[in-house]
Design a protein around this ligand. Structure first.
Ligand code: T1G
Length: 682
């Protein structure tokens, strides 16, 4: 079947686009549709045209792979203009996810018929863009400025029923093409561009304030707001011109390049080099979770919400029931926020059972432990699981740091053991580190990746090392932050610098939130040469004094409820340890703080790739953006290097090595090689 084909029955033409996998509006598609419409415009036997897509979805947007290359006519805006000139009724028959340019094609049609399960949306902001084919001008004319601002700046799609209620869809159908053809029979041309929209000035200013926190540092949402305002202030053609100009600026921006990088990096991370995508996988329907703490309950929710049965084991009946109540509370909160229905909550809770007996876990397809971060305790749990597990059951650990190769020796099935490292809160954070041991079978790895997709997590493969990818990198950033404290920077200055860089919060605020004692406990099991004790001396002293962070009312900050203020003890401890370690204290620039923290991440990221712990540098970006909120408009630590220049980053790391010693600052050989090969000008 050609990429665009036309059929005509009873004076209704159907233009079908067939460009798998998502009918992206590539040049071939645009050109095919343009040619088809030209012919149909001159065909007197044709009274109306239905635009439809083969495969699983209506056009899911512009072809993102074309961005950054010179535009080739017909561009999407040019095709829209042709559609605006089209003299016969145009009906879009939309199924799947009609997103971005796909939805804009629908809006350039005169009517829209949607499959009952279809969604429409304008997710361009996720790519550092705004709608660039009339979306900011047509949508406000159809549903008003305020609702358009919500859809465009959130990037969130709406379902067919909502689209119908808003007037975006004219018909919702379970027999899409047939109903769209019948719907087309008695229609007349009706262009959205001929409608008007207006809104007060204050709407746009207020909306910018409303999204200021969530969209901090991003460009696209604010540009989109300006474009919607223009839709209310200027005529359609002037608005289209404004939109195109702003869109092209965004396409060329480092922000969009970074966010487009992450879009493809996330999909690439789901591919495991050396494991064929058709590798057999095991069915996972029954899951056992051992440990009913915050992590265990969050992990259980992931599986319950994906329609699987969960048996949660705790040591005592009270603890098991407390875990059930924690899970019930999570679901109740989701229902109260409209994220799920009572029926969905009831179904999830009905699929949950709790127990204190390992025998009750014997039918589980997957068993995952989320118990205390101690090797002996975890080995004991894995051994008990191994004793009751059926053949083919997968045994997983949620450990954040520990050696899973060693842990697996507690079982008789080392090839069935894998790490599934969730991030707290486990039912919300999108990243899942899938950690393979030396013995984990390809079938188990492939099953874990399939499971990640089912529970809507973003998987990244890691090998076994201390902290895997995420926590190993984070400990390097934490090391530099701790040393900067001894060298004269304040907690507030370090945190503010990294917040201004784009991190959701500074390292010390994050430690106070998570609990300083967790890292102190983990490091207590390490040999002294495994980390820089100096960097974490204040952490240990705070915990010794009972200051573990928010949960004790003080840590690196003092807390009055959620309000935080300077904790004088920290400065005293920093001065005390600086003296003990003979570290000179001085004023430190924010640039030095930022480079020490970020370049530590980058250098470690290259080491993780060259050791084979991570498959590729783009996986590192996915980990750090999805687990720790590295600003997506900077693309992740490894993409950000390209923005800074490899030679500059290497130069600065060499300077840090000369000043602070190369125990931690030895440049990664991979970084050195790439910098040498780089053709950039320094
Ligand atoms: N362009 C090119 N390739 C795309 C693509 C796109 N728009 N969308 C998906 N792919 C590839 C993807 O890389 C993967 O490739 C395969 O299709 C399956 O994707 C002018 C400027 C539609 C919800 O942002 O959200 O229109 O890895 O694994 O999980 O105003 O893809 O197999 O080689 O994600 O079923 C706006 C982006 C673009 C939608 C399907 N549109 N796509 O999810 O499959 S900008 C978007 C998605 C734009 C206009 C503006 C999802 C999906 P590979 P997948 P999925």
């Amino acid at each position: 079947m050609s990429i665009v084909s036309t059929s005509i029955n009873d004076n209704i033409a159907v233009v079908t686009i067939d460009n798998p996998p998502v009918n992206a509006l590539s040049h071939a598609v645009r050109d095919g549709v343009s040619k088809a419409l030209s012919e149909l415009n001159n065909n007197d036997t044709v009274n109306a045209v239905v635009i439809h897509c083969a495969g699983r979805t209506f056009c899911a947007g512009a072809d993102i792979t074309e961005f950054g290359k010179p535009p080739v006519s017909p561009t999407l805006p040019e095709l829209m203009a042709e559609m605006d000139e089209f003299s016969k009724p145009l009906i879009a028959a939309m199924h799947g996810t009609a997103l971005g340019g796909g939805f804009e094609v629908g809006l350039a049609c005169h009517y829209r018929v949607m499959d009952g399960r279809a969604k429409v949306g304008l997710p361009e902001v996720n790519l550092g863009l705004m709608p660039g084919a009339g979306g900011t001008q047509r949508l406000p004319r159809l549903i008003g400025a305020e609702k358009s601002l919500e859809m465009i700046t959130s990037g969130k799609p709406i379902k067919a029923e909502k689209a119908l209620s808003l007037g975006v869809a004219d018909l919702v159908s379970d027999d899409l093409l047939c109903d769209a053809i019948n719907f087309a029979k008695d229609k007349t041309v009706r262009r959205i561009r001929d409608l008007k929209c207006d809104a007060g000035e204050e709407l746009f200013a207020d909306f910018k304030k409303k999204i200021a926190r969530k969209s901090r540092g991003f460009l696209a949402p604010f540009a989109a707001i300006d474009a919607v305002k223009v839709a209310c202030d200027l005529d359609f053609d002037a608005g289209i011109e404004f939109e195109r100009e702003k869109f092209m600026e965004l396409v060329a921006s480092s922000h969009s390049k970074a966010q487009r990088h992450l879009f493809f990096a996330e999909r690439q991370a789901a591919k495991v080099d050396g494991i064929d995508k058709n590798t057999a996988t095991r069915d996972i329907n029954n899951v056992a979770v051992v440990g009913g703490g915050i992590m265990g309950c969050g992990i259980a929710v992931n599986f319950l919400s994906s329609g699987m049965a969960v048996t949660l084991l705790e040591i005592t009946g009270d603890a098991a029931n407390a875990a059930k109540q924690k899970i019930e509370k999570i679901y109740a909160s989701n229902v109260s926020k409209g994220r799920m229905t009572d029926t969905q909550m009831a179904a999830a809770m009905n699929a949950l059972s709790v127990t204190t007996s390992y025998d009750d876990l014997s039918d589980s397809d997957l068993m995952i432990e989320a118990v205390f971060e101690d090797m002996n305790i975890k080995k004991e749990v894995l051994s008990k699981l191994d004793n009751v597990a059926k053949d083919g059951a997968i045994i997983a650990t949620n450990t954040s740091f520990l050696d899973i190769d060693e842990m697996a020796t507690a079982t008789s099935r080392v090839s069935d053991v894998i790490g599934l490292h969730f991030f707290s809160p486990a039912h919300i954070m999108p990243l899942l580190e899938i950690v393979k041991t030396d013995n984990t079978s390809n079938e188990v790895i492939a099953t874990a990746f399939k499971l990640a997709k089912k529970i809507r997590k973003t998987p990244v493969l890691s090998g076994v090392c201390y902290g895997f990818i995420a926590n190993r990198m984070s400990s390097c950033y934490g090391r530099e932050a701790g040393l900067l404290l001894l060298e004269g920077a304040s907690v507030e200055q370090v945190d503010q610098t990294m917040y201004d860089f784009g991190m959701p919060m500074g390292m010390f605020s994050m430690l106070d939130m998570a609990g300083i004692d967790i890292g102190v406990m983990a490091r207590s099991k390490l040999s002294d040469d495994a980390y820089d004790k100096r960097a974490f001396s204040v952490h240990a002293a705070l915990v010794d004094a009972g200051h573990k962070g928010q949960k004790t009312g003080a840590g690196f900050y003092e807390y009055d409820g959620r309000d935080k203020k300077k904790h004088a003890l920290v400065e005293e401890l920093a001065e005390e340890f600086a003296k003990k370690y003979n570290i000179k204290r001085d004023d430190i620039s924010s640039k030095e703080i930022e480079e020490r923290c970020i370049f530590a991440l980058i250098n470690e990221g290259y080491k993780i790739v060259e050791e084979g712990i991570a498959q590729r540098t783009s996986d590192i970006d996915v980990v750090y953006a999805f687990a720790f909120g590295f600003p997506r408009y900077k693309g992740g630590p490894m993409h950000y290097v390209e923005h800074l220049g490899l030679k500059y980053v290497l130069k600065r790391i060499n300077e840090f090595a000369a000043k602070y010693g190369d125990r931690w600052w030895r440049p990664s050989p991979l970084l050195v090689k790439l910098a040498e090969e780089s053709e950039e000008n320094v």
